[in-house]
Design a protein around this ligand. Structure first.
Ligand code: NAD
Length: 337
């Protein structure tokens, strides 16, 4: 089937008489740095048959759509168009990246009220159009907004997923890989908790080839220095801020993380990813969303797994939950959650 010749992608292609809907469809709400880069990464992956970009600035969204269409011949046939919330109706996943720009912000929390108000205004619209869909939240502060979006959406917690510490975990694994001179795909280590300053890089249960880090260092004849591990953890924590200071925003890493999560959903992978979701009562962390290793499949989060933590990591997880709970309470002073 051929796309209509159009330089006006705001024409609603999903209701074009000669074009039936294609699956899978991914809707992206917010066509800024993160949304447009996610659309590009998704297109390059070949996984989506349709990508809908939705933004209150429709001119910007149209510009991105026309630019992305120029990449189609070199990549994968993908129907990509500007839409509105009605186009979320058949989306397998709706990715929310709407928010305020990261440049000029000192922390992820600074835009809390503004981005909270934006998401409050759109989450129920998305879910009214697509009650069986999955919401994937990237807007920051992602844990607070994942919790709030779950409340506003009326969806089961398993279908409101935050990108959480998936990006931090990738930063952590890459730094380990560089430190030990091995492939990052072979590092089994997680960053859990808040996607923010209180995140916990779990060192005690990090493994490579089944080996704890001290044994790995011994095998590789490298010194096992606590200071090197602490530096890896600290560089992981500050990585986002360092990039923002240098270029004003981060988007390649988060786009790749979002596409990885979408892949786990579309392909029913049951992949273990550190994504954010409402934490079960049994974990005794209170009413909060944060990241723990989670099994992600076609229906969203199939299961959240416990991580083996030493006592100080356990205390840090409790403190991280308290930080996120505090931000949820602060947002709920202006917007009902
Ligand atoms: P950006 O300013 O480039 O883009 C935001 C877009 O949202 C803009 O195009 C704006 O028009 C749109 N928007 C605002 N309100 C809207 C509404 N009501 N409906 C539709 N669209 C709306 O910002 P960005 O750099 O793309 O960042 C977007 C969000 O992603 C921010 O909250 C940022 O902090 C977050 N982020 C998260 C991670 C992560 O790891 N979770 C990483 C990077 C950025």
């Amino acid at each position: 089937m051929q796309l209509p010749e159009t330089e006006s992608p705001s024409q609603n292609i999903s209701t074009h008489p000669s074009l039936g809907p294609r699956v899978p469809r991914i809707a992206i709400v917010g066509a800024g740095f993160v949304g447009s880069t996610t659309a590009f990464a998704l297109m390059m992956s070949g996984m989506a048959a349709e990508i809908v970009l939705i933004d209150r600035d429709s001119r910007r969204a149209e510009g991105h759509v026309n630019d992305l269409r120029d990449a189609e011949v070199f990549s994968h046939a993908t129907r990509i168009f500007v839409g509105d919330f009605s186009d979320c109706c058949s989306a397998d996943v709706t990715v929310v990246t709407a928010g305020v720009s990261q440049s000029g912000q000192k922390s992820r929390i600074e835009g809390l009220r503004d981005t909270g108000a934006i998401l409050h205004g759109l989450v129920s619209d998305i879910c009214l159009q697509n009650p069986p869909g999955i919401l994937l939240i990237a807007s920051n502060p992602v844990d607070v907004l994942t919790f709030a979006a779950w409340r506003w959406s009326g969806l089961p917690a398993s279908r409101v997923i935050g990108s959480g510490t998936s990006l931090d975990t990738s930063r952590f694994r890459r730094r380990f890989a560089e430190h030990y001179g091995i492939a990052s795909s072979n590092v089994h280590a997680y960053v859990i908790g808040e996607h923010g300053d209180s995140q916990i890089p779990v060192l005690s249960s990090a493994r490579v080839a089944g080996l704890p880090l001290a044994e790995l260092s011994q095998e590789l004849r490298l010194p096992h220095e606590e200071s090197s591990l602490a530096r890896i953890a600290s560089k992981t924590r500050t990585a986002g801020g360092d990039i923002i200071q240098a270029k004003g925003a981060t988007y390649y890493g988060i786009a790749a993380a979002l596409v990885r999560i979408i892949r786990a959903i579309l392909r029913d992978e049951r992949a273990i990813l550190t994504v954010s979701s409402r934490v079960a009562e049994s974990m005794q962390l209170g009413e909060v969303s944060l990241s723990l290793p989670s099994i992600v499949d076609r229906h969203g989060i199939a299961r959240v797994l416990p991580v083996a933590l030493n006592p100080s990591e356990q205390r840090a997880l409790e403190a991280s939950a308290e930080v996120v709970r505090g931000h949820i309470a602060s947002l709920s002073q202006t917007i009902p959650i």
